[in-house]
Design a binder for this molecule. Structure first.
Ligand SMILES: NC(=O)c1ccc[n+]([C@@H]2O[C@H](COP(=O)([O-])OP(=O)(O)OC[C@H]3O[C@@H](n4cnc5c(N)ncnc54)[C@H](O)[C@@H]3O)[C@@H](O)[C@H]2O)c1
Length: 420
């Protein structure tokens, strides 16, 4: 009897997606609702029988800590689990935090059969994922993605890492999660700014490969966003405050639309990643928004959030495509307009300088094996690469930056909250 290997590719079903890569890597991204409800067995099934060391950031601990502990208490054996709080935020996305995560696991007696559980946004999952990749040369980890960026981006891939040597994600590892779980219910408590950041990553997928998703975002710019009457003034950290969820459980736009957007973005991302999971090919369409973005983020000292830097980069790359004759002016305007309608920035005066943006191009050229591979749209739903620095004639970047500044001045990003 011959046993046939599973076909490579991405398969969608009612409860998520399964990915089988050609190198044998296989994993699932689960979609569930109310993960920590007493009747939901999904997480218990992924953890049962193993020592579990769980990690949360301070905000997730405040909002969900009790529910997480109650679930683990009810569903796992006594003494088989612990929950720790670790500091999050880009400033704490460091090797020192990874060391602390490992030290906590060691103190709890985690061995090679144990599992690290991360419940949080991209920063926490990247930290715990990297710790899991290196602890005892690799232990299982399960990630529960609680932000929109987490659910459509971090949660569907296998990258982990920390910031180092002044650069984003400079140290890291490919380490597929044993389970990656998306529960849209977490998005109900997510501040509006974080929702906008997630929408930025979704626009990325829409522009490079999914026109229907783009049109849906144009029609439903309020998807996932808390209604204005639930958003309070920003807190001391500058983030919007969201009241408790509405009794009807709705987030922003109609639930069916949000379900479609979430699934379409996850599926597009999985299909792009699958043939190139470990990035042997450094020309990746999913790097749209991630050439200038990392420099904007770091040079602003993280004042500009990740998703916002992606939005600015996409607007700049679209202007470059227009100037190179690869993208029509109408489509360039549509991309910029959608970003603005979603409340995302398309320009940041302090960091969008010719010097810093050239530095970003040179940095990307070095990272991508001495090729530029700048992703630029060629329409709504299609993109290509500007492969070499020489393919960018002198003056194009400068002109694109001037056009970007004008677009930023002309369009007023819609704000749900006026900072007091
Ligand atoms: N590994 C990958 O493939 C990959 C992909 C994309 C981004 N990233 C990384 O992810 C990070 C960005 O992730 P992010 O956007 O999730 O940011 P984040 O992890 O900083 O989370 C944003 C904020 O939301 C809070 N939060 C999390 N869940 C919440 C909830 N349900 N309700 C209320 N508040 C909540 C967090 O405490 C934090 O303050 C960056 O470091 C980026 O480099 C990694």
């Amino acid at each position: 009897m011959s046993i046939s290997a599973p076909t490579t590719g991405v398969r969608a079903d009612a409860t998520g997606f399964s990915l089988h890569a050609a190198d044998g890597t296989a994993y699932r991204v689960e979609l569930t609702m109310d993960l920590f409800a007493p009747g939901n067995p999904l997480l218990r099934d992924r953890l049962a029988g193993r020592r579990v060391v769980a990690y949360v950031g301070p905000t997730v601990n405040r909002l969900y800590g009790e529910r997480i502990r109650a679930y683990l208490r009810d569903r796992l054996s006594p003494g088989s689990w612990t929950v720790h709080m670790v500091r999050t935020g880009e400033r704490f996305k460091t090797l020192a935090s990874v060391e602390r995560i490992g030290a906590l696991a060691k103190a709890d007696g985690l061995d090679r059969h144990g599992v690290m559980l991360a419940v949080g946004g991209g920063v926490l999952c990247d930290l715990v994922g990297f710790a899991a990749a290196t602890y005892a040369r690799g232990v299982r980890y399960v990630k529960v993605n609680t932000t929109l960026v987490g659910q459509v981006d971090v949660g569907v891939g296998i990258k982990t890492g920390v910031n180092a040597f002044g650069s984003k994600n400079m140290l890291g590892a490919y380490h597929p999660a044993y389970a990656s779980i998306n529960d849209p219910a977490f998005l109900r408590t997510l501040p509006d700014r974080e929702i906008r950041c997630g929408l930025g990553e979704i626009v990325k997928m829409a522009v490079i490969r999914d026109r229907a998703l783009f049109e849906t975002l144009v029609e439903h710019p309020d998807a996932f966003r808390p209604p204005p009457d639930r958003v309070g003034p920003p807190g001391p950290d500058g983030m919007d405050r969201v009241d408790p969820p509405r009794p009807d459980g709705a987030v922003g736009g109609p639930a069916g639309v949000e379900d479609y957007i979430l699934r379409a973005a996850m599926e597009s991302m999985l299909r792009e990643l699958c043939p190139n999971l470990r990035e042997e090919n450094l020309a990746r369409l999913v790097d749209f928004g991630h050439t200038f973005g990392p420099v904007i983020e770091t040079a602003s000292d993280y004042r500009v959030a990740h998703g916002e830097s992606v939005a600015i980069d996409m607007a700049l790359s679209s202007q470059i495509a227009r100037l190179l004759g690869l993208l029509s002016e109408a489509d360039c305007d549509r991309i910029t307009d959608l970003l603005l309608r979603l409340g995302l920035p398309v320009h940041d005066a302090a960091t969008c300088t010719p010097e810093l943006m050239w530095q970003a191009l040179r940095g990307a050229w070095e990272r991508r094996g001495r090729r530029l591979h700048l992703v630029v749209p060629t329409g709504i739903g299609s993109a290509t690469f500007v492969d070499d620095l020489d393919d960018l004639p002198a003056g194009v970047l400068d002109k694109a930056l001037v056009a970007l500044a004008a677009a930023g001045r002309a369009g007023r990003p819609r704000r749900l909250v006026v900072a007091g």
